[in-house]
Design a protein around this ligand. Sequence first.
Ligand code: UDX
Ligand code: ADP
Length: 461
Amino acid sequence: MADKSFEKCILCIGAGYVGGPTMAMIAAKCPRYEVIVVDINARRIEAWQSDNLPIYEPGLLEVVKQARGRNLFFSTEINEGIRKADIIFVSVNTPTKTFGEGAGRAADLQYWEKTARSIVAAADRDKIIVEKSTLPVRTARALERILSANDKGIHFEVLSNPEFLAEGTAIKDLEKPDRVLIGSQETESGLRARNELVDIYANWVPRDRIITSNVWSSELSKLAANAFLAQRISSINSISALCERTSADVTEVSNAIGMDTRIGKRFLNASVGFGGSCFKKDILNLVYICENYGLHEVARYWESIVRINEYQEERFVRTMTRVMFNTVADKRIALFGFAFKKDTGDTRESPAIYVTRMLLAERARVVITDPEALENARRDLAEEKGDVLYEQDPYSAAAGAHAIAVLTEWDLYRTLDYKRIYDSMEKPAFIFDGRNILDHQKLHELGFSVFPIGRPALKHF
Ligand code: UDX
Ligand code: ADP
């Protein structure tokens, strides 16, 4: 049971981008519950115990500090945590499989399964297990099988509670979620467990935003939500290619279609491509599931969203090479931003990885700058052969470069002194704005040849 002073003990296994912020919010909002976050990675846990958190997320440190040491604890004692907890959230990583059947598409469930086995081994009474990682539909059922195959007479009730937070806005998303979704079995014990979880969120989320469903709907909703969001980006990116061939401007098109309230304004920014740990993985997961059920047309439909994203990344580098007189060999190219979006240091599936690889294959000299993601960039590119430098300061990165490519929409890139940057660069100086965040007209007046996404290029030749 939880410490006498606490009403309940909540454990989270996996102290990553999802587990860390989510538990910090629960602890901050529910001082009556003890919240313990465990991980096999001792360095990560140490970082969570310090003021130098392992992930960059605006507002996170304040929320952590509010509860840490009071009712929020970070630890590597996984078994002790399991024994103590009434409710166990599992948010370990579920990357795409890199081997065997379904490689490149299906989810790699080995971390999840190991966690389930640790729970069975350490638990000595009934528990509620909450699936927080994105998992293929029907995983909860498989887990239930592993969990109930114990001879201790213990009952585990598995709930699905997908996380919809986006990185960079995690705190806002957790504090005021559009909805919280809880899936459970519709048995008596399933409904009881569901209500326990509803009660936790009801501490700060309005009741009408907490929705419940069966487990499979809940699991599928997470995959479908991400697939729909990614689909909007691939749709507008496909239109951006057409805009570049005609005299249409994709920002005008986005604006015009977004004002239709049935379509809506958000997620219509054309870009160098979407990244992040979820979109590609979840779509490929969906594709794999569809194929398993023989729904080949449905699988192809969703797969095309990922294909357009790859096309967009490739198109971006092809344009760079083409307009820089068909060669970037030995040219210094500064990449502004490496994170997959602003306000995070996360680089998982970032289009910047792909762009860097392609530039290196063309023998360019690549200089990467990013306010938060250089450490991850170094790790991502550790195996790459070629000339890569890392520079914290964007001015130093741009000095002596033939071109700048904006790959992340960090606010700081909007306000740099581009006159100073232009003066320090080789001529002709190029800017490829993969996020359409800069003032293209002004840059052109300074002397740059500017190549946005889906908008007319502004050239000096
Ligand atoms: C996403 C979902 O939004 C979130 O609900 C889910 O829980 C996890 O996956 P996240 O990957 O953190 O969140 O970031 P998101 O804001 O969705 O952006 C994903 C990618 O799409 C980024 O690379 C972003 O730059 C790109 N994007 C987004 C665009 O290119 N254009 C847009 O209009 C919006
Ligand atoms: P997400 O973005 O889904 O939160 P992360 O990779 O950021 O994914 O976090 C997952 C965390 O889960 C990592 O810190 C990893 O060390 C941890 N983890 C993986 N397997 C286990 C396990 N068996 N027990 C405890 N923690 C684990």
